[in-house]
Design a protein around this ligand. Structure first.
Ligand SMILES: [Zn+2]
Ligand SMILES: [Zn+2]
Length: 99
């Protein structure tokens, strides 16, 4: 019986991703691939582009502190742990999978 999601397996997948040019974060165990992806060092979410990343960052006008918004509250969706804007109002996963 194969163990598909054991810690050794995850370590192996991670090592493979890094070998294949994956990016890592110093603050969490996330590994992501793809040019232009933006990983947030605060909330440790990964975004499809720096543009989408910027949308989840907000500023507290009183303290001038930057903070992270929940992408769900911005109507973003996540796939393979990467957040992106919903392609359209009439979004459906069927449509998405055809991309
Ligand atoms: Zn964040
Ligand atoms: Zn991180």
């Amino acid at each position: 019986m194969l163990e598909f999601a054991g810690p050794e397996m995850i370590k192996e997948i991670r090592a493979q991703m890094i070998l294949n040019g994956g990016h890592t974060c110093g603050g969490c165990s996330e590994v992501w691939t793809g040019l232009g992806r933006s990983h947030c060092g605060k909330c440790h979410r990964t975004f499809t582009t720096s543009n989408v990343f910027d949308q989840h960052r907000a500023i507290n006008e009183q303290t001038s502190d930057h903070y992270c918004l929940n992408p769900e509250s911005l109507d973003m969706i996540s796939r393979d742990d990467i957040w992106r804007n919903k392609p359209s109002e009439t979004f459906s996963w069927d449509e998405y999978n055809k991309e």
